[in-house]
Design a protein around this ligand. Structure first.
Ligand code: GFB
Length: 316
């Protein structure tokens, strides 16, 4: 179990995941959280990262920093998604190794798995087939992150572990309509259509793609659970094991935010992976399962969105 008074570095503390991990660690009584903004430290710069680690000397690291976005951001900025993430994973893992960090958790993504992987996707499906082209750059960088943790463990004995979350949502998400993920985009689009008195709301793709959604507070809980009790080379899927179509998702958001609105599917936008649902039996076998139902999570995240919008405090 982690020492609650040891210095802990949460890399990426302002993002959806990092902010949830900070909340979870604070609630757990961690007393020495270390964070740094990108205006102070460029995590792609090895010597800057090394200097920062030399000064702060964290004993534990949550590596959840990265360039992230939805399907459109991934397809329009593939070089950034590949380069930024590749570098960030490399610099932080190497710096953690160099100063002797006792435990590091690296966060990947379910997009590491082949486009046509057997569903639900087991951890063993990694590198068994071609990747989904809409997020290949991001997926390649994420796969390298897993391999960094595995190889540093094998060669140096470092206790570096990896978790692979499914699609995430929750407070602190990016509500940008072009760059963000489907759930925050749909919440905002339905909300703005209702405010503007518009009866039709656009949804990208055919609506037939299937996705699984995990509340970010559940993910943060799983990350702490793994840091406290898991130490092995294999990565661990984190999800609910339950998926639905994008059409069903859009209807759920519609019924909450703008009941009666019509959906207009834009098939010129990509669906991405046809289906992406994780087999979560490994994590369940270790003793952890997700607690937040999708409906509950959508209701509370929408309430958060409305309040944050009123405060003028949204990432757009
Ligand atoms: O959330 P999203 O971008 O994630 O899209 P991916 C999920 C599905 O929702 C796709 C559809 O089939 C989209 O076409 N969709 C419908 C929308 N309306 C919208 C909308 O307004 N915005 C967005 N973004 N989608 C990402 C990867 O893929 O998943 C990343 O690109 C990352 O690399 C992330 O792994 C978890 O599951 O398609």
């Amino acid at each position: 179990m982690l020492d609650r008074h040891a210095p802990v570095f949460v890399a990426g503390h302002r993002g959806l995941v990092g902010s949830a991990i900070v909340r979870r660690l604070e609630a757990e009584g961690f007393t020495d959280l270390r964070t740094v903004g990108r205006e102070v430290l460029d995590l792609r710069d090895q010597s800057a990262v090394d200097s920062w680690f030399d000064v702060e000397r964290p004993r534990y690291v949550f590596l959840v920093a990265g360039t992230v976005g939805g399907i459109h951001a991934n397809t329009s900025r593939p070089a950034e998604f590949l380069y930024d993430n590749l570098m960030i994973h490399g610099t932080v893992v190497q710096a953690a190794h160099r100063i002797g960090v006792e435990k590091l958790l690296y966060l990947g993504s379910s997009c590491i798995y082949p486009r046509l992987a057997e569903q639900p996707i087991m951890e063993e499906a990694l590198l068994s087939g071609a990747l989904e082209p809409t997020n290949e750059g991001y997926a390649l960088a994420k796969i390298v992150g897993i391999k960094l943790c595995e190889t540093y463990r094998r060669q140096y004995g470092d206790d570096f572990i990896s978790a692979m979350p499914t699609n995430l949502y929750g407070p602190g998400d990016n509500f940008d309509l072009e760059g963000g993920h489907v759930l925050p985009a749909l919440m905002r689009r339905f909300h703005e259509a209702r405010e503007a008195g518009e009866a039709t709301v656009g949804v990208w793709g055919t609506g037939n793609a299937r996705r699984e959604f995990l509340h970010v507070d559940d993910l943060a809980d799983a990350c702490l659970f793994l840091m406290d009790g898991y130490s092995a080379p294999g990565h661990v899927n984190v999800g609910t094991g339950v998926d639905l179509t994008i059409r069903e998702l859009a209807e759920t958001v519609r019924d909450l935010v703008h009941p009666g609105a019509d959906l207009a599917f834009d098939a010129s936008m990509p669906d991405g992976m046809p289906r992406k649902v994780l087999d979560v039996s490994k994590l369940a076998g270790l003793g952890w399962t997700a607690q937040t139902s999708l409906t509950e999570g959508i209701v509370s995240t929408y309430a958060w969105f409305v309040e944050a919008a009123e405060r003028g405090d949204l990432r757009l």
